[in-house]
Design a protein around this ligand. Structure first.
Ligand SMILES: O=C(O)CCC(=O)C(=O)O
Length: 463
């Protein structure tokens, strides 16, 4: 489903209302034996078998979490969320029970602003006096809890007991936290300013002057007459987007093959976590030789690195295809793998094989990432240290070195996949390793030298 609010309320409804209806029908044998009800229950059972699952509370929590992530990262407005409006696309408003579920989850993940704003919405919605009293009390209590949880360390009661000035400050703080009427400004005091990464997800932040130094090139490749369309997003370290480097047919093939065996994406240490919400599939080069050889050769022609898959000391990993639906994201990280390479959920034998593999391959020297789709809103790839972002454009690919020429990890390449607001986003990573690149990547005269580009397209200083 493309819309985060619609995805949430439909699943919420199926989980809450349908389960109640089915249980009520099943528990009353006179009703359950009626031909039309029996027929309905049979259809329901066969659907259940075909689907293999029915939404659980975890699914609902995941979808509510997606909404909260979009709300936090993009600074969305409470009114828009509860009215079902996201990136100017509207669906129906959320019902009270749905608002309550999201509020509960916001509390559990300590998103105080979102939690209190939703409680205030519930208070404003009701005309019933006893309900008003209930929500006012709840809002006041939750405000107190949120405020005291964020109490500055300098005000801890133990200090207050030994210092009269501190005691008074502490009491004033508690008095302010403990009030019956909570105003909008009280709730707004919990708004967290966006991080640099979040600002980048929201839109470009480079100044006009910084933008003006960037260039697009028709870059010579290893193939005579094949010029790659390079858009430089950042120089030193160089971050580039190459446009029109994969055809629609090849994209269709990759997506179709990947869809056959997708699973929840994990982070570098093998964990499924809120840090990465996507579906991932690995396509072995040997299983799809025609297409993957062609794509690997194209990458090699453009970036002059060895990208041919080998069974030992391979300079590349398999193709990773990832799909993000609305709310999906990958938080800021660097691509090189952790040196210990420990994968918590794998056997000793697997760990051993993997360690040997990594030793032979070396570290992930560079990342080539194809964009296999456009996206309706959100989903940019953001590089906070470089104040740079890459918008999702189907058929393009991003390329950067993860390691400095001296072999150490270049932390400036930290990046993340911003949450998808509307629609879905597909990417395919080809991670290129150190093995095989010894004579391919030029190094500078000093230990800390940046990359040298062997062509005439240099950094702005030389333009
Ligand atoms: O999806 C993106 O934009 C970034 C993906 C990424 O960083 C990764 O897969 O390692």
């Amino acid at each position: 489903m493309k819309h985060p609010i619609r995805a949430f309320y439909i699943t919420h409804r199926i989980y809450n209302e349908w389960s109640t209806v089915i249980e009520a029908l099943k528990s009353n044998s006179t009703i359950a034996d009626q031909p039309c009800v029996a027929d309905f229950l049979r259809t329901y059972n066969s659907m259940l078998t075909r689907l293999g699952f029915w939404p659980t509370f975890e699914d609902i929590a995941g979808l509510a979490d997606n909404i909260l992530r979009l709300w936090g990262v993009y600074g969305l407005k409470t009114k828009d969320i509860v009215n079902g409006r996201v990136a100017s696309v509207e669906t129906r408003s959320l019902k009270n029970s749905e608002v309550e579920t999201i509020a509960q989850l916001a509390k559990s993940v300590k998103m105080d602003y979102q939690h209190l704003a939703l409680l205030e919405e519930l208070l404003n919605r009701t005309d019933d006096e006893s309900e008003k009293i209930y929500y006012r009390k709840k809002l006041s209590k939750e405000y107190y809890l949120a405020k005291t949880r964020k109490m500055p360390a300098a005000m801890y009661p133990s200090l207050a007991y030994t210092d009269f000035k501190k005691f008074r400050e502490y009491n004033d703080f508690l008095k302010d936290a403990n009030k019956e009427i909570i105003y909008q400004s009280d709730i707004d005091s919990f708004i967290i300013p966006p991080t640099l990464y979040e600002e980048l997800c929201r839109g470009p932040i480079k100044t006009k002057k910084e933008e003006s130094t960037l260039r697009c090139y028709l870059r010579e490749t290893a193939v005579p007459f094949y010029m790659a369309k390079e858009e430089v997003i950042h120089y030193e370290p160089r971050l580039s987007v190459f446009h029109d480097v994969i055809s629609d047919d090849d994209i269709r093939y990759l997506k179709r093959e990947a869809t056959k065996k997708m699973s929840q994406g994990t982070t570098g240490d093998g964990f499924v976590s809120r840090i990465r919400i996507s579906q991932v599939s690995w396509l072995p080069d040997q299983a799809h030789p025609k297409l993957t050889k062609r794509l690997a050769r194209r990458i090699a022609n453009i970036v002059s690195l060895d990208t041919t898959f080998k069974s030992r000391a391979s300079p590349v990993e398999y193709w990773q295809v990832a799909s993000y639906s609305t709310g999906g994201h990958y938080a800021v990280h660097v691509d090189p793998l952790k040196s210990d390479g420990f994968l918590w959920n794998k056997t000793d034998e697997y760990q051993g094989q993997k360690a040997e593999w990594r030793q032979n391959q070396g570290q992930r020297i560079a990342t080539w990432m194809f964009y296999l789709s456009d996206v309706d809103a959100g989903g940019a790839t953001a590089f906070p240290h470089l104040k740079s972002r890459i918008s999702v454009v189907k058929g393009a690919a991003a390329f950067w070195y993860n390691l400095l020429p001296n072999g150490s990890v270049d932390r400036r390449t930290e990046h993340g996949g911003c949450p998808v607001i509307l629609g879905s986003k597909w990417v395919s990573n080809k991670w290129i390793h150190e093995s095989g690149q010894q004579l391919k990547r030029l190094c500078g005269k000093t230990y800390d030298s940046e990359d040298i580009y062997p062509d005439k397209y240099m950094s702005p200083r030389t333009l």
